[in-house]
Design a protein around this ligand. Structure first.
Ligand SMILES: Cc1cc2nc3c(=O)[nH]c(=O)nc-3n(C[C@H](O)[C@H](O)[C@H](O)COP(=O)(O)OP(=O)(O)OC[C@H]3O[C@@H](n4cnc5c(N)ncnc54)[C@H](O)[C@@H]3O)c2cc1C
Length: 263
């Protein structure tokens, strides 16, 4: 990693000022766990970073019992998600996944917003949030819009955000009964993540990490042929953890085990 070039810093606790500052040359900065190494490698060369961490609204976690959802600010760290009593109660699978992200440093500084907006395929949070059908609130100086996390993360290192937009928060419906998340991981990031929601009549399956972005499908319970077709059709990539066919066979085995042992 080389020496960082000269860099400006915009720091404010006012969301309006932050929004007015963000553009292609002035990029959002939260924990810096992805952005700083990318700048060090010369892959990103912004004129300035716009610090999001001082904006109170971006650091909030709010449980809305009436709506049956938890709103998590974009600058909330993995560690806070893992430890928050409301998240642990209503979204235990998400809390556990956040508690197993990377290492203690990444969990203490890395944020949910940075995870989704960097859109590194090997993400636990994107897979779990898409499985939970979470939505995201996105804002710029031009206004606000709400979109599914599934529409926010659109490819490897690719989101649907414009250069002047930031992710403000993610709203996650309370976890349904019968949900689980499992990951295959040999090194620092997951190589395969699988979220499953099993109900009496449905199998909801979301696969992440091994694919460019998480892929979700819903099958009728017991549709083993559909399950095989789904696994066969995934565009799984090879990495240091193994070839695509290895990951596909692990995926098939895991799905059969989870779904066939479901009550
Ligand atoms: C060693 C290591 C291990 C890891 N292991 C895992 C793992 O096991 N599972 C997993 O899921 N992840 C893992 N990660 C990824 C980790 O979750 C992310 O690095 C972290 O969440 C990024 O958040 P950040 O706040 O540091 O983002 P930053 O580095 O600050 O930002 C990342 C990118 O997102 C943009 N951005 C940040 N916030 C916003 C926002 N609110 N709106 C718009 N754009 C924004 C920035 O401009 C930048 O492009 C690992 C990372 C590392 C370095």
């Amino acid at each position: 990693m080389g020496v960082l070039p000269e860099l400006g810093l915009v720091r404010s606790d006012d969301l309006g000022r932050v929004l007015a500052s963000v553009d292609a040359e002035h990029v959002p900065y939260a924990g810096g766990t992805e952005l700083v190494p990318a700048m060090g490698l010369g892959l990103r060369r912004p004129a300035a970073v716009v610090d999001l961490k001082r904006v109170e609204a971006l650091g909030r976690i709010a449980v809305d019992a009436d709506a049956g959802a938890v709103e998590i600010g974009a600058a909330v760290t993995h560690r806070r998600i893992a430890e928050h009593p409301g998240v642990r109660r209503h979204l235990p699978v998400l809390a556990r996944a956040a508690g197993r992200v990377g290492n203690a440093r990444v969990r203490s500084t890395g944020t949910i917003g940075g995870n989704l907006c960097f859109a590194e395929p090997r993400s636990d949070l994107a897979c779990v949030l898409i499985a939970l059908q979470a939505t995201s609130e996105v804002r710029s100086g031009r206004g606000a819009r709400t979109l599914a996390v599934d529409e926010l993360v659109i490819g490897a290192f690719e989101t649907s955000l414009s250069a002047d937009e930031i992710l403000v928060s993610v709203t996650v419906p309370f976890e349904p009964a019968g949900m689980s998340y499992w990951k295959l991981q040999s090194y620092e990031r997951p190589t395969l993540g699988v979220a499953v929601v099993v109900t009496e009549d449905r199998w909801e399956i979301t696969v992440g990490a091994a694919v460019e972005r998480p892929v979700r499908t819903v099958l009728a319970a017991g549709d083993s042929a559909g399950l095989d077709d789904f696994a066969a059709g995934l565009d799984i990539g090879a990495d240091l953890c193994g070839p695509a066919e290895y990951k596909r066979s692990v995926l098939r085995e895991h799905l059969r085990t989870v779904l066939e042992t479901a009550p």
